[in-house]
Design a protein around this ligand. Structure first.
Ligand code: APR
Length: 237
């Protein structure tokens, strides 16, 4: 009889998708170098200039459709051979799902979906995906559908279930995030006192204020995650 499988909570950020060709936000060529957050990623921006905001996220969607999961996404799928894996991602791309991860919780929304501005429960797939959200695509109240993305200043509805998953985890791994945006960046503090925490990111060694128990692996995800997964699978045998 196989013993109880250990639970791993994965906290991923833009860095895990960087090697798939999707821009991060705060690296040198990052998204927020070329756009002002207040112009494209706030409720006021959507109110003021819906066409610019919807166009911005249609560009993000086009980038995601051209991208493929990389070795880091695929390694996390292999992890499911021996562990209960919950992916909690800040990313709006679907690369974890396309790689085959079975439990993915999006904290900041999902680029493949649109949402009514009046009814937060009216969330639908964008169809056809390639066209993105069209101006004039109205909900039942006659209002323009918006990207199903959490803008700065908006609530993060999934932070509650996410913190429960981290609390319940035997092991926590943080991959490819600058840990600058809350509440997502605070999730690691929900880890059980005896749960090991790993941080895989090229700048992991430069991170300030990390709990001293965090094991930093200063590698790109494409190399660091498969190597880490191999070690986890070996030790699970
Ligand atoms: N492999 C792993 N990590 C990488 C790689 C790579 N190949 N390339 C860059 N990184 C790391 C950077 O070192 C940095 O720590 O990815 C991180 C990217 O940080 P951010 O651009 O701030 O992305 P993220 O932390 O996910 O941003 C959080 O901010 O703008 C909001 O909602 C947006 O979800 C996003 C949130």
């Amino acid at each position: 009889m196989e013993g109880k499988r250990l639970k791993i909570a994965v906290l991923s950020g833009a860095g895990i998708s960087a090697e798939s060709g999707i821009q991060t936000f705060r690296d040198s060529d990052g998204l927020w170098e070329n756009y002002r957050v207040e112009d494209v990623c706030t409720p006021e921006a959507l109110e003021r200039n819906p066409e610019l905001v919807i166009g911005f996220y249609n560009q993000r969607l086009a980038q995601v459709l051209k991208a493929q999961p990389n070795s880091a996404h695929r390694a996390l799928v292999r992890l499911e051979e021996k562990y209960e894996v919950d992916i909690i991602t800040q990313n709006i791309d679907d690369l974890h799902e396309r790689a085959g991860s079975t439990r993915v919780l999006h904290l900041h929304g999902d680029i493949r979906k649109k949402r009514s501005q009046a009814d937060p429960l009216d969330i639908r797939d964008i169809e056809p995906l390639a066209q993105g959200i069209r101006m004039g695509d109205l909900d039942r109240f006659g209002m323009q559908y918006r990207p199903h993305i959490v803008f700065f200043g908006e609530a993060v509805p999934n932070i509650e279930p996410a913190s429960r998953l981290v609390e319940a985890a035997d092991i926590v791994v943080i991959i490819g995030t600058s840990l600058q945006v809350y509440p997502a960046a605070g999730l690691m503090y929900y880890a059980a006192p005896d749960a090991p925490i790993y941080y895989i990111d090229p700048k992991a060694d430069e991170a300030k204020g990390l709990d001293k128990r965090v094991v930093c692996i200063a590698e790109k995800a494409g190399k660091g995650v498969p190597e880490w997964v191999d070690r986890m699978l070996d030790s699970a045998r």
